[in-house]
Design a protein around this ligand. Structure first.
Ligand code: SF4
Length: 385
């Protein structure tokens, strides 16, 4: 993973102090335009997408449908959902707002996820294990229970995500990647870290974070993807309005993306490797570029987005430039965080000889080259980097 690092208290304090001096991110016109949906939910001017999903009525009990029927119903209800979303975007309040239908579009999504859990294909490992029966042989080593390592209002994220009172960040344990330089390896590589959370507990956490003023709910890890079924069930129990943020390695399957795309208000995807060779060597993952670029394109079609790219030492030509080029061409509305803070961690720190090429921080020249290339491509990166 390369997302939100669990900070130590000293770093957290310094982060707060720093935020105090940061100019209001919303004064930037490009930020306002590109994150306009997220901003409107953050300020309670629009309902979060998951709340709109809950208004779209399903005529029959999803629990009685076959999986094929569920997918058909999902496709049908999605058209109605997109209609409502468009009306909200255009500033209209839909004339027929069905409050609390007996069964909703979100119920269909939850039911689909519970069926998929029996032969899990949440991510492109496509393990097909029965996680309901407690099989933990998948690459994430998780059964059906979600575990949370910690949660708090995080002040170290990008300024629009922190806003005034921090990003309501929830760290799930385990991951679908095995990055040799993982900065949160203690929670990402230990599926038994943290404590189990039920959908009801998770909903309580969401409500309490928003009650404290959190700008958004930031699902991260480890990786949130294996916990998709608990996350959507928790949202189904939640009525408080809050932007939903997906902070992920983006290795989800197309099926999982289809279900998730309608509930995420702002995406915070991590685009790490510019080719499959580097991905396999350092994250132990196959088909990286194809899967992750496909999902970035789906996310871009479906919401506001800040792409994170961590500049790795010795990887400007093979990773940074191809990624920035791809984002400029395929996700023109995205803001891009070109991150300079890489430092050796986990295996790279313990076995620097083995990973000599990434056992150092990126040089000032490498970071400068990444910034210059982002400028050359016309990317908007400064307000969030
Ligand atoms: S979430 Fe991914 S890694 Fe975990 S069991 Fe499902 S397909 Fe496998």
């Amino acid at each position: 993973m390369g997302h939100a690092k669990v900070p130590d208290p000293k770093e957290e304090f310094l982060g707060r102090l720093l935020r105090h001096y940061i100019t209001d991110a919303w004064r930037d016109q490009a930020v306002r335009e590109r994150l306009s949906w997220y901003y409107s939910v953050l300020r309670d001017l629009r309902p979060s997408k998951f709340l709109i999903c809950k208004e779209v009525a399903c005529e029959d009990d999803p629990g009685l449908m076959t999986e094929a029927q569920l997918w058909r119903e999902h496709g049908r209800l999605r058209l109605e959902f997109l209609n409502r979303l468009r009306e909200f975007r255009e500033g209209e309040i839909p004339s027929e707002r069905s409050q609390n239908p007996q069964f909703s579009f979100l119920d269909v999504k939850v039911e689909l996820l519970n069926r998929i859990l029996r032969k899990c294909v949440f991510c492109e490992w496509r393990c097909k294990v029965d996680r309901v029966e407690g099989e933990r042989e998948g690459a994430c080593h998780l059964g059906s229970t979600a575990r949370v390592a910690t949660f708090f209002r995080h002040f170290g994220e990008e300024p629009p995500l922190v806003d005034r009172h921090g990003s309501g960040t929830i760290f799930f344990t385990s991951c679908t990647f095995r990055c040799v330089m993982c900065q949160n390896w203690d929670i990402s590589q230990d599926p038994d870290a943290g404590a189990p959370v039920s959908p009801g507990n998770l909903s309580l956490i969401i409500r309490s974070l928003r009650g404290e003023g959190a700008a958004n709910i930031n699902f991260v890890g480890g990786e949130p993807t294996p916990n998709l079924h608990i996350i959507l069930e928790a949202l189904n129990l939640t009525s408080v309005n809050v932007p939903i943020l997906w902070n992920s390695n983006m290795y989800l399957t197309r099926e999982a993306m289809q279900i998730l795309a309608d509930v995420v208000d702002i995406w915070l995807p991590d685009f790490k490797w510019g080719n499959d060779r580097c991905a396999l060597k350092y994250s132990r993952i196959v088909r990286y570029f194809e899967v992750v670029s496909r999902n970035h394109a789906i996310a871009h079609e479906n919401g506001d987005m800040i792409v994170r790219h961590l500049v790795m030492p010795g990887h400007v030509e093979c990773c940074t430039k191809p990624i920035l080029g791809w984002v400029a061409e395929n996700c023109p509305r995205a803001l891009v965080n070109v991150m300079s803070q890489y430092r050796p961690e986990h295996f790279v720190l313990r076995e620097p000889e083995k990973y000599r090429e990434i056992a150092r921080c990126p040089s000032t020249q490498e970071i400068g080259e990444a910034y210059a290339y982002a400028d050359q491509l016309g990317l908007v990166w400064k307000p969030v980097s």
